[in-house]
Ligand binder design. Structure first.
Ligand code: FA5
Ligand code: MG
Length: 381
């Protein structure tokens, strides 16, 4: 297993491993693999696809808005529960607050799970147009489009009711129309022509709310969430007679489409065959896959207990196999006459950089089985 540094620099702040990873503290669920990602700042590297994409989006806003959007790209990623959830009206019982979904440093402090964590504070400072880019953290599934650390860009724009009035539309419709126009324009700026569609959705902080999906690798891929900001958030920021829109886009998802990057783990690769392809810092380079090494599939079956969750399983697998785990997928699920439920998962192991040996994979799978049995209170079959 890789050895992690005793401390890391996060935007000028030194954090020690002990401050972030507290194995024996039940209010903390941050694994070492997540601590190891702090301070990497992929979004601030001009020769990395995430940095290149950030620059291109900034450029779109600079070109199209004479009064510039204020840009934040170095806000500290560890925030209060209040900032991450309460201030954006996430209800007390919302799943995203659970220890199953979010990394908690302690009961009042989280690794931000979205850049919306900064909305209220920045609105409170009086900004009416801004963009926030940063690394965000989520306990999530393991596959080619999900990773526990990724990057988001938040955008917020506030209008006075006077600005909306001449349109003849009500303020909410005015903001929704402007929002969709702005994001469709962004998609055109980045992709030229691409197949996309709007889907209605729900967020606690916007109403109405939408997601934008782009057709990629024979599937619809969700790339951003957005909507018209709840009046309560605007009111709390000290404004009256205003309406606003907000969006949060997933930079990895957009970059995968833009650069033809087939697997989200590649963004963290230090292999020169990956990094060397983006040195010119240009948009529109298509990634040339280096030969894919063969995958290896291993199945694991167990009787689950009530506390079992798929995110916990994924975290255990990532803790052992790191980025060698390409996918964790439920194959089979049944309940017997005694009411016991069995799950069978298929774990795909693959390195993007080399061929794995049978021995190595067998060892990984044994370690995974041990860890699953010890940490998840399940009974291996
Ligand atoms: C949010 O995070 C909202 N804060 C977005 C928002 C902001 C809505 C402002 C309204 C107003 P969501 O959980 O859907 O929404 O995530 C936003 C985007 O992040 C997704 O569309 C997707 O592109 C990306 N994303 C989510 N989970 C992952 C993951 N595990 N790995 C990579 N990208 C992800
Ligand atoms: Mg979503």
């Amino acid at each position: 297993r890789p050895i992690v540094a005793a401390s890391v620099d996060v935007g000028g702040v030194r954090l020690t491993r002990e401050e972030v990873v507290r194995e024996n503290d039940p209010t903390n669920n941050v694994p070492e693999s997540i601590y190891a990602k702090l301070g990497m700042q992929l979004h601030n590297r001009d020769n990395h696809p995430i940095g290149i994409l950030k620059n291109a989006i900034f450029n779109y806003f600079d070109l199209n808005f004479p009064e510039n959007f204020y840009k934040f790209d170095d806000l500290f990623p560890i925030v209060s529960v209040k900032a991450n959830f309460d201030d954006v009206l996430v209800p007390p019982d919302h799943v995203s607050r659970s220890y199953n979904d979010t990394y908690y440093v302690d009961s009042q402090t989280v690794m931000r799970c979205h850049t919306s964590a900064h909305q209220a504070e920045i609105l409170g400072q009086g900004h009416n147009r801004f963009l926030v880019v940063g690394d965000v953290y989520r306990r999530d599934s393991v596959d080619s489009t999900h990773y526990p650390v990724f990057h988001q860009m938040e955008g917020v724009r506030v209008f006075s009711l006077d600005e909306c009035a001449p349109s003849g539309m009500d303020a909410t419709s005015y903001a929704a129309v402007d929002l969709k126009k702005t994001l469709e324009g962004l998609a055109k700026h980045l992709f030229g022509d691409v197949e996309m569609r709007w889907v209605d959705t729900y967020f606690p902080f916007t109403e109405p709310s939408f997601e934008l999906e782009i057709y990629f690798q024979d599937k619809w891929l969700e790339v951003l969430g957005c909507g018209v900001t709840e009046q309560e958030i605007i009111k709390r920021s000290g404004r009256t007679d205003c309406v606003a829109w907000a969006f949060g886009l997933g930079l990895e998802r957009l970059a995968m489409v833009l650069f033809d990057i087939p697997d989200i783990r590649l963004f963290w690769s230090t292999d020169q065959r990956f990094t060397s392809q983006f040195l010119d810092g240009k948009l529109g380079v298509k990634f040339k896959s280096f030969s894919k090494f063969p995958p290896c599939y291993k199945d694991i079956s167990f009787w689950i207990s009530d506390s079992f969750t798929e995110n916990n399983l994924c975290e255990v697998v990532r803790g052992i196999a790191g980025d060698l785990a390409e996918e964790v997928k439920l194959l089979d699920n049944f309940t017997n006459k005694k009411g016991m439920t069995s799950h069978c998962y298929r774990i795909t192991y693959r390195s993007m950089e080399r061929s794995l040996t049978d021995e190595e994979i067998n060892q990984l799978q044994w370690n995974v089985r041990d860890a699953v049995e010890n940490k998840l209170k399940v009974v291996i079959r």
